[in-house]
Design a protein around this ligand. Structure first.
Ligand code: ADP
Ligand code: MG
Ligand code: ZN
Length: 653
């Protein structure tokens, strides 16, 4: 990908700060010289008590004195006895501190013929006074500016507190065009319309149509929202301001609002233009009790208010279009989404099979492909992958080919890359002992056999007992044959049973279980719970929502429960347990039914470590469904009389 080019118009001016700093240093030096160093360097005459001074005056030894309220500096008459050669000795200078309010002093001095005067005015005194007033605020300001700078973390913006940090691109600057975006055709079409608004605004205005002010791109991460925005910048031929929502939020309250104001001011000057705010949720979070932090976030609220105000503040046909992207539209403030602000929502969803193939085509443009590479087949094998995952996949495959010194990227590289992305890197260095290996082999074959009999789950493509990724000691790769957008009740049950297939095989073969099934159990329980609380699939509880959906596009997020009575909570738990128990029973029953197949396949797997393709297929095709499977899949209920544990039945036989 071409790298974003930063600002063509640099708006950062380093001079003021440098100048300010050197001025401060200069003044500080002056201050130190004047008040610390100079006084220390000039010799100080010895100090004597006031009474000694008066004594010396009365003895007629004092020649002259300089009197100030704070001190008296006086000079003694040269003593003739000390200078036998007739040389005049340097007059001895002494200092004393006067006793306050000695009103007799002038008289005494005059009586004894002492020449006295006030000191000559000090010419530099004013400097001290001025510095005394000016320096402290200067130092304070300097420290503040320094702290502020550090807080901004981005260099010389000390004196540009509220300036927006928007990067400005002009036409084509981003190096991305609509040709680089594939597989999300609906979203692309909508945005092409926006580009048309900007290019031929008069046409829309003539018929009285209002150009939309704000367009909100929503969708899961990695689906190409930011990429689309950049493509618009490249295609629209108008200035494009790009800023991330988080860049508005700073340490200092009020900065965000100032930035918003500044951004819109610039945009209005440059109209027609596009303003793009990425990750809008960083500043557009709903006001009024978002999450556990009571009291809210003042700064974010101010920034949001400013944004709302600015969006109202310009005319729809002024030629400024606000584009924003987020993957958490649920948390956005409702005020942001009302007509007149972000009045259009464009969903950028994960691509379907055809979309994935198109995206792959975009990304393999600069990759050398071997003859055998079939992009369609790769697209089939990658359901649920977003654009970013596919870009990553292509790169992984290319890296593999390069590491193996191949001239071109082969289909095998792509297959390995898919597994890497799905299950993590192979870890052949992790050596399992014999017992562990055996456990893992039976566990995985258990998954495979149960999975092979379940509806809508796709083919089991590969079983491996080579450790991979973070925790997987082995894995079973089962890929759906087509994109699925819904899951039917029976398929959910089948999925749960498949997840429990591994654990069930361990129970059946070894009569005891290992820790290896924790992840499966976690997933199975999640799915069972969701089918009750989210999908309303339980007969007893009915289609009542027990969860509040808070994340539409982010995976791996558990929604919080609605407040429910303890009785209902208990019922939910019971339903979940019933589903899991049923699935466990079915998995055990299937494996018991196919015990010989389980043994044979596990033994082959132990020898070969990896089973795939035709060999695996011919094995799994032999799997037989037990009698109660069909009914359980349909109703979730086991036939009368089969409710006792399969294991107990096993022990007897
Ligand atoms: P997000 O939706 O999270 O903003 P991005 O736009 O940042 O995702 O996508 C990240 C990268 O994934 C892009 O730079 C691009 O390489 C790739 N990508 C994502 N979607 C697409 C797509 N539809 N077509 C081509 N490449 C895509
Ligand atoms: Mg993005
Ligand atoms: Zn497992």
């Amino acid at each position: 990908m071409p790298v974003e080019t930063e600002t063509q118009r640099s708006r950062r001016t380093p001079e003021p700060r440098k100048f300010g700093n050197s001025l401060a240093v200069f003044l500080l030096t002056l201050f130190i010289l004047n008040f610390v160093i100079f006084p220390a360097l000039t010799p100080r005459p010895p100090e004597v008590p006031y009474s000694d001074f008066i004594e010396q005056v009365e003895a007629g030894k004092v020649e002259r004195a300089i009197v100030t309220p704070e001190r008296i500096q006086y000079v003694l008459k040269p003593e003739p006895s000390q200078t036998p050669e007739g040389k005049v000795a340097a007059p001895q200078v002494l200092v004393t501190t006067p006793v306050a309010l000695d009103l007799d002093l002038p008289n005494i001095l005059r009586e004894h013929d002492v020449e006295f005067a006030a000191p000559p005015p000090n010419n530099l005194g004013w400097l001290g006074t001025v510095l005394g007033w000016v320096l402290p605020p200067l130092i304070f300001f300097g420290i503040w500016a320094w702290l502020f700078n550090r807080a901004q973390g981005s260099g010389p913006a000390a004196l540009t507190v509220g300036k927006s940090k928007a990067r400005i691109y002009s036409e084509g600057d981003t190096g991305v065009t609509f040709a680089d975006v594939a597989g999300i055709d609906e979203a692309k079409a909508e945005l092409e319309e926006i580009v048309d608004f900007l290019k031929r605004a008069d046409r829309y205005v003539k018929v009285g149509a209002k150009i939309p002010k704000g367009v909100l791109l929503v969708g899961p991460p990695g689906t190409g929202k930011t990429l689309l925005a950049k493509a618009i910048a490249g295609e629209a031929g108008v200035p494009f301001f790009s800023i991330s929502g988080s860049e508005f939020i700073e340490l200092f309250v009020g900065v965000g609002a100032a930035r918003v104001r500044d951004l819109f001011e610039q945009a209005k000057q440059q109209a027609p233009c596009i303003v793009f705010i990425d990750e809008l949720d960083a500043l557009g979070k709903s006001r009024g009790g978002g999450g556990p932090f009571v009291g809210g976030n003042d700064e974010r609220e101010q920034t949001l208010n400013q944004l709302l105000t600015e969006m109202d503040g310009f005319d729809a046909n002024s030629g400024v279009i606000i584009l924003a992207a987020t993957n958490r539209p649920e948390v956005l403030d409702p005020a942001l989404r009302r007509p007149g602000r972000f009045d259009r929502q464009v969903v950028v969803d994960r691509p379907d099979k055809i979309g994935r193939e198109a995206i792959l085509k975009v990304h393999v443009k600069n990759v050398k492909l071997a003859e055998d590479v079939d992009l369609e087949k790769i697209a089939v094998r990658t359901p649920g992958f977003a654009g970013a995952d596919l870009a990553n996949l292509v790169n992984e495959a290319a890296l593999l080919a390069a590491r193996n010194n191949r001239e071109a990227v082969t289909m095998a590289d792509f297959n390995e890359a898919v597994e890497r992305v799905v299950a993590g890197l192979e870890k052949r260095s992790r050596v399992l002992n014999e017992t562990e290996k055996k456990t893992v082999a039976y566990h995985e074959v258990g998954h495979a056999i149960v999975g092979a009999l379940m509806p809508g789950a796709g083919k089991v493509e590969k079983i491996s007992i080579v450790p991979r990724g973070v925790g997987a000691l082995g894995y079973t790769l089962q890929l759906p044959e087509e994109d699925r957008f819904l899951m039917i009740e029976s398929e959910i049950r089948g999925r749960i049973a498949t997840l429990l297939g591994g654990r069930s095989a361990e129970e059946l073969i070894f009569g005891e279980v290992s820790t290896g099934a924790s992840d499966d159990i976690q997933k199975a329980t999640d799915l069972a719970e969701r089918s009750v609380t989210l999908y309303g699939m339980s007969d007893e509880l009915g289609p009542v929502a027990f969860e509040k959906i808070q994340q539409q596009f982010l995976e791996g997020y558990t929604n919080p429960r609605r407040p429910v009575s303890p009785k209902v909570a208990e019922e939910i738990d019971r339903q979940v347990k019933t589903i899991i128990d049923g699935a466990h029973h079915i998995a055990l029953s299937i494996l018991q039914h196919n015990r010989q197949l389980l043994e044979a396949t596990a033994q082959t797997l132990l020898q070969k470590e990896i089973l795939e393709g035709e060999e695996l297929r011919s094995q799994l095709d032999q799997a037989q469904a037990p009698a109660e499977l069909a009914q359980w899949l349909r109703t979730g209920k086991l036939p009368e009389g089969t409710s006792r544990s399969v294991l107990k039945g096993l022990e007897k036989s």
